[in-house]
Design a protein around this ligand. Structure first.
Ligand SMILES: *Cc1c(COP(=O)(O)O)cnc(C)c1O
Length: 853
């Protein structure tokens, strides 16, 4: 367990460490704690090293001593011998100065005292708090290796250690005790001198120890819960990454994420020791687990990162084509100037490379010197400042088809270089530096919308940074009815028979009443295709809803269930002539959405008032298949055909009384309906005969953890604003999903289990025949084991049905408790587009429907 500088600086933080270590002891693990220096002490030691004057050095040492005394006093501890000895050493080093040892070796030894002191203090505190703790000198365990091209400075101040599992060390520690504390950041070299590990040193120490001891795991305790899909300071919606493999994590760390130094991961790879990142202040959060398990079956972009301060060097040579040794000549120059190249792209006569500031000491002199030497072999252009925007994810090449929206975004920018890493883990775009701050949040949204960053995969993607650390209101999901007071009733229903749909009428009424608070809306209709259960139709009629139907069958079902006073809409699409003829003899208001019926069956509509459904030229919604606007969709009359339609209508004495648009389903942005409303209203002004505007349905309910609910009050404000400009039109809406989705669940029973490779399949007694949305729309439904709702999660499951189709998967990678045959499983949010879309495929029994009130 590694704790950084702020985590060891105060008494409460040490009490926190003590609790965490004790909890690991309670699990039966032996613990090695790796600590940094108290915050500010490493800087104070560097300051000490910079003093030429002996008196000043001793003064600095005294201030450092004082800091540790103060913390001891807070801890109400007497000065332990180990700490007294270290403080004595530090005072001596300050007094002697570098002369005897040599500047660099002396500086390394002085700076090592930050960790030596904090660990001595910590050993005493933990022991006095009831956890007998052994102090361990890291220099006895970590041996630096000599590397080629290493000068004295890098050898002493930026050393590398080779850490192979060392059973002798494990055995030695095992004989000594259960809890140890040691120092991050320091090691010894071949001659026995103290060396430092350089940037990210303490985390790297923890990894070295993890590898040496072949630990159960390495835990890095820091001030954030782990790695995120983007820098949370730039993208508040960035999601916690709960699981990564070493390579992906390394790629994210090296392309910008600061939580972890990329160097920490390589020591753990061979011994396959997992690394866990945890938030010291919020230990209950899951954190990020980085391990050897590679998940190939569900490729997803994992993160988007940006590095600023990138310099591009473009080298052009007319003679390069087939010229042997050109690249060798060019790269020799980079080597001679001590510059490390990051990205490369090449053409017949051009090579462009990038220089990353984190690996290079870049100053304009170094670049100018390089450019002038390169100019001897080619034409050189330096482009700066640039930023490298990187998408990281295993199997990047197989995800290209999902990136079209993202690529289109780059299409509007100056892209200087595109590079795809040869390990198939990243795709990088180099653009001008000044565009990235705005670009990043936008790209993050696009990646999620396109399904390239598969945030619906709850095994990988945790809550957003905002949900974890932001104000967080409105993001806490209300306890669903099925989770609380109705759970026992559902278990009993599931024990009788499955599969079963169960609908909770109070939830339908609750949703209906919420929509009735929309003061701007004059008439609400229920889009019955979402769920045609007669009890639901009746409940909504009682709430004063009208009904929107898309077929004669739906109209008949509604007319059989609800009183005659309820208004009806008939809004079919590509329906045959006889459907219209039939509907015109009912009380339903009929809508048309193409020229054909008016052009070919105009007499049918003579003298009638109709609604005209318009395609406003774009679609919206949670999946391509639910977008019902735009040229890719079959719905609605295009705006440019309105005049032709009106001419035909005139010829048959048909009056356009209403204008209608419905752009898609599952929309969570209130502004959408305001736009539709004002566009339809301005078209209505041109037509003259219009009395009402129907802005459709499509009101979404959050389906993924962390998604915000539609704000109905905000929607009303949006609508009232448009209404103020067009008070002469009545406003209609026709939501389906919003009213019934949360009211319904599908109950099924566990049938079998199967392990296959790394995957565990959990079978239930119904599948896509009862609920096709996951297969059709990649819809995400929460799935729980209702029988074992309170039991701990033990595995990751693919929930599948009994249908002979590989698409018969209701949920992928769900974290669930250990299941048993016969357990009742619940698939949530199945009230809308569930039963109504079911089929008899495979001749499996249909799910029955039960109403509870
Ligand atoms: C399906 C449909 C609706 C309802 O859509 P939801 O997303 O369920 O609200 C409304 N109007 C028309 C014309 C529809 O086809």
């Amino acid at each position: 367990m590694k704790f950084g500088g702020t985590s060891v600086a105060t008494l409460p933080r040490w009490q926190n460490i003590q609790e965490l270590v004790a909890s690991r002891r309670a699990e039966g693990a032996r613990v090695l704690v790796v600590v940094s220096a108290l915050s500010g002490i490493t800087d104070a030691l560097k300051h000490l090293c910079a003093q030429g004057d002996q008196g000043k050095r001793m003064e600095a040492a005294k201030a450092i001593t004082q800091r540790h005394y103060e913390l001891l006093e807070h801890m109400q501890l007497a000065l332990p011998d180990t700490l007294a000895a270290r403080l004595g050493d530090l005072a001596r080093l300050a007094e002697e100065g570098p002369a005897a040892m040599g500047e660099l070796a002396w500086a390394a030894k002085v700076q090592a005292h930050g960790e030596l002191l904090s660990s001595a203090l910590g050993a005493s505190f933990l022991t006095h708090s009831g956890l007998p703790t052994q102090w361990l000198d890291a220099r006895e365990c970590l041996a630096a290796v000599a590397l080629p091209n290493q000068n004295e400075r890098s050898k002493l101040l930026s050393a590398m250690v080779e850490a192979k599992p060392d059973p002798a060390l494990s055995a030695r520690l095992g004989a000594l005790g259960e809890v140890f504390i040691t120092q991050g950041f320091i090691a010894r070299e071949a001659q026995g001198r103290t060396v430092l590990l350089g940037r990210g040193g303490s985390d790297t120490s923890a990894s070295y120890f993890g590898a040496l001891l072949k630990a159960l795991r390495v835990e890095i305790w820091t001030d954030v819960a782990g790695m995120f899909t983007a820098n949370p300071r730039q993208v508040a919606g960035a999601r916690l990454l709960q699981r990564l493999d070493y390579e992906e994590a390394q790629e994210i760390a090296s392309t910008g994420a600061k939580v972890l130094h990329p160097r920490c991961l390589s020591p753990l790879r061979e011994p396959r020791v997992p690394l866990l990142i945890k938030d010291t202040n919020r230990p209950e959060l899951d954190g990020t687990v980085i391990g050897p398990e590679v998940r190939e079956h569900a490729p997803s972009v994992k993160a988007i990162s940006a590095r600023k301060g990138i310099t591009l060097v473009s080298m052009e040579s007319v003679g390069m084509w087939q010229q042997v040794g050109f690249l060798a000549d060019v790269f020799t120059q980079f080597k001679q100037h001590g510059l490390s190249v990051d990205l490369i792209s090449s053409a017949e006569t051009n090579v462009t490379v990038s220089l990353d500031p984190t690996e290079n000491l870049l100053d304009s002199d170094a670049i100018a010197a390089l450019a002038s030497d390169l100019a001897k072999v080619c034409r050189v252009k330096v482009i700066a400042p640039c930023a490298a925007v990187t998408l990281v994810g295993r199997g990047m090449r197989s995800m290209l088809h999902t990136l079209s929206g993202v690529l289109a975004e780059f299409g509007q920018l100056r892209v200087h270089l595109i590079s795809q890493s040869s390990n198939n883990l990243n795709l990088t775009f180099v653009v001008d530096e000044n565009v990235v701050d705005e670009l990043l949040p936008h790209l993050h949204d696009l990646l999620i919308a396109a399904g390239a960053l598969r945030t619906d995969d709850s095994a990988l993607f945790g809550p957003s940074w905002q949900a974890l650390y932001g104000s967080g209101e409105a993001l806490v999901p209300e306890a669903a009815w099925w989770r609380t007071e109705r759970r026992q009733q559902l278990l009993a229903l599931g024990a009788q028979a499955t599969p079963r749909y169960v609908y909770h009428l109070p939830t339908v009424r609750h949703q209906a009443r919420e929509l009735k608070t929309l003061a701007a809306v004059d008439r609400l209709h229920y889009a019955v295709k979402a769920n045609t259960h007669p009890d639901i139709l009746r409940a909504l009629a009682e709430e004063g809803f009208g009904f929107e139907c898309v077929s004669p069958g739906e109209l008949k079902a509604v007319m059989a269930a609800v009183p005659e006073s309820a208004p009806l809409l008939f809004t079919p699409n590509f329906a045959p002539r006889e459907d219209y003829a039939w509907a015109l003899n009912t009380r339903a208001t009929v809508s048309l959405d193409s020229l054909y019926p008016m052009a070919h069956w105009g007499e049918l509509f003579r003298g009638r008032e109709i609604v005209l459904r318009i395609d406003l030229g774009r679609g919206l919604g949670h999946h391509e298949k639910v977008r019902t606007g735009g040229s890719g969709s079959k719905f609605g009359l295009p705006v440019e055909s309105i005049d032709a339609f009106l001419k035909l209508a005139d010829a048959h004495g048909v009056i356009v009384r209403g204008l209608h648009a419905h752009l898609g389903s599952g929309i969570l942005d209130e502004a959408h309906w305001g736009e539709v409303y004002s566009q339809l209203a301005s078209l209505a002004e041109r037509i003259g005969s219009v009395a009402f505007i129907d802005i459709g349905g499509g009101l979404g309910v959050p389906s993924h953890p962390g998604e915000a609910r539609l704000d109905i009050a905000a929607l009303d404000r949006v609508l009232r604003e448009v209404k103020a400009a067009y008070p002469h039109y009545k406003l209609w809406m026709e939501p389906g999903r919003y009213l019934v989705a949360d009211a319904g669940v599908l109950l099924a029973r566990v049938t079998q289990q199967k392990g296959k490779g790394a995957l565990r399949y959990l079978g239930i007694d119904t599948g896509m025949n009862s609920l096709i949305r996951p297969a059709l729309y990649e819809a995400w439904h929460e799935i729980v084991n209702l029988t074992r709702l309170d039991e701990p999660v033990t595995g990751l499951f693919q929930i599948v049905g009994p249908i002979c189709e590989s698409g018969d998967v209701l949920g992928t990678d769900r974290r669930l408790p250990e299941p048993q045959e016969g357990d009742v499983m619940l698939i949530a949010q199945a009230g809308a587009y569930g039963k109504v879309m079911s089929s008899e495929y495979n001749m499996r029994d249909a799910a029955e429907e039960i109403i509870i009130d």
